[in-house]
Design a protein around this ligand. Structure first.
Ligand SMILES: Cc1cc2nc3c(=O)[nH]c(=O)nc-3n(C[C@H](O)[C@H](O)[C@H](O)COP(=O)(O)OP(=O)(O)OC[C@H]3O[C@@H](n4cnc5c(N)ncnc54)[C@H](O)[C@@H]3O)c2cc1C
Length: 164
């Protein structure tokens, strides 16, 4: 299976698929850590962090957060919400994280599982064939094989991934 994009969604999906026994390759165009917007996690994320086995790492880089406050710039009004007052009282807190650190935790965790993670690999084209093969074309990247110590200097690299 091929997962394109090593943000939270891609790293999580790739990890969970690998844990189910699928042969997974994850491709990410950037190199982690990389800047990304979107730092505010919600309480229901924590169960997923537990499932992924990264809760302690996220706790170490995150700021614990017990609720949210919305401030209107138009009505001179503000409203606070405590997570503990939600219908489901089992999830009273969440974390505020720096996304570069959070996303790196997730993709490194993926790399520790039985899957292949390739950074610096921008997918430009995907062709699906009736034979269920997908061909990927990648240009001007040098890092795909860097992890294994091999140099990839070609302008165009073609990789084949079987869907099963
Ligand atoms: C202004 C703003 C504020 C936000 N605030 C919050 C918040 O507070 N809390 C919250 O939960 N969410 C927030 N979000 C939403 C949050 O950022 C996204 O939901 C989240 O990043 C989605 O994760 P993802 O893994 O789907 O995508 P992304 O995090 O965008 O990851 C996609 C990954 O794919 C890689 N990629 C892209 N194209 C290719 C390619 N062709 N080949 C290889 N790799 C590729 C990218 O480099 C990237 O690493 C915010 C979003 C915005 C815009």
């Amino acid at each position: 299976m091929l997962v394109i994009g090593g943000g939270p969604a891609g790293s999580t999906a790739a990890t969970l698929l690998a844990e189910k026994g699928h042969r997974v390759t994850l491709l990410e165009k950037a190199h982690h850590p990389r800047f990304h917007i979107g730092e505010s996690l919600l309480p229901a994320n924590l169960a997923l962090l537990d499932q992924l086995g990264v809760r302690a790492e996220v706790e170490a880089i995150g700021m614990q957060k017990w609720g949210a406050e919305f401030i209107s710039p138009w009505h001179a009004h503000q409203q606070s919400f405590e997570f503990a007052n939600a219908w489901d009282k089992t999830m009273p807190s969440a974390f505020q994280v720096r996304r570069s650190e959070f996303d790196e935790i997730l993709i490194r965790n993926a790399g520790r599982k039985a899957l292949k993670v390739i950074e610096g690999c921008r997918v430009r084209e995907v062709e699906s064939c009736l034979t269920t093969q997908a061909r990927l074309f990648r240009r001007n990247t040098t890092t795909a094989a860097a992890r294994s110590g091999a140099a990839v200097s070609g302008r165009r690299l073609r990789a084949r991934h079987l869907s099963r």
